[in-house]
Design a protein around this ligand. Structure first.
Ligand code: PLP
Length: 224
């Protein structure tokens, strides 16, 4: 498994407007450096402390994305440097992100994470809840919503996966039209993982989050 070859192959296939977030969770810094040396700069992690440790030892021009469920007591580890938090799904979390954004004197870009999968274990909002979060934004001026994120059901049923991505695209368009019409920054649809990103791209993804396709399979005991 050659990381550089994987990256080149994936980038050749992706439309120019789709950003590749290389999901490096559980992978050592050396592997991230290998991708870095191949020219890649955007990485995603789903554990705040792991992310913070990697940020410390790796080059400072890396753009770090947080992609997993974020516990409020962990926001402090990533607030000083994180480029995008993909997983905002509660007012409680918004409040905490805003607090640490203020402390660090920055605006933190975030995505509204929707629940589009059938599995009940996945986190995320429905449309009504997302609108509630948007209406609370005025109290949290150091948060900027730049779009939406979602994970499709882990299934071989491609029709279902496509339907779920299409649903997320619809939520994006609805919110864009209603709340962010004149906000050029509200433009991201983060959808697509190694097993389903081609469908996601066909359904309008602007950001794919690929771990296995870039770095190879994760160890079972570390699998997230
Ligand atoms: C792990 C993870 C990914 C990447 O998964 P792969 O199937 O390895 O590409 C993408 N998004 C989230 C939220 C993840 O936790």
């Amino acid at each position: 498994m050659n990381i550089k070859d994987n990256l080149e192959k994936i980038k050749r296939e992706l439309p120019a407007n789709v950003k590749l977030v290389a999901v490096s969770k559980t992978k050592p810094a050396e592997m991230i450096l290998e991708a870095y040396d191949a020219g890649h700069r955007v990485f995603g992690e789903n554990k705040a402390q792991e992310l913070s440790q990697k940020h410390e030892v790796l080059p400072k021009d890396i753009e770090w994305h947080f992609i997993g469920h974020l516990q409020t007591n962990k926001v402090k580890y990533i607030a000083p440097f994180v480029s995008l938090i993909h997983s905002v799904d509660s007012i409680k979390l918004m409040k905490e992100i805003n607090k640490h954004a203020v402390k660090n004197n920055r605006i933190i870009d975030c995505l509204l994470q929707f629940h589009i999968a059938e599995e009940s274990t996945k986190f995320g909002l429905n449309l009504e809840e997302a609108e509630h979060l948007i209406s609370a934004l005025k109290d949290y001026p150091n948060i900027r919503f730049t779009g939406v994120m979602g994970m499709a059901t882990n299934t071989d049923d491609k029709t279902q996966v496509r339907r779920e991505f299409r649903q997320l695209h619809y939520y994006f368009k609805y919110l864009k039209e209603k709340y962010f019409k004149d906000s050029g920054y509200f433009k991201e649809i983060s959808m697509g993982m190694s097993g389903d990103y081609k469908i996601a791209v066909e359904e309008g993804s602007t950001m794919v989050r690929l771990g296995t396709a870039v770095f190879g399979a994760r160890n079972y005991q570390n699998k997230q």
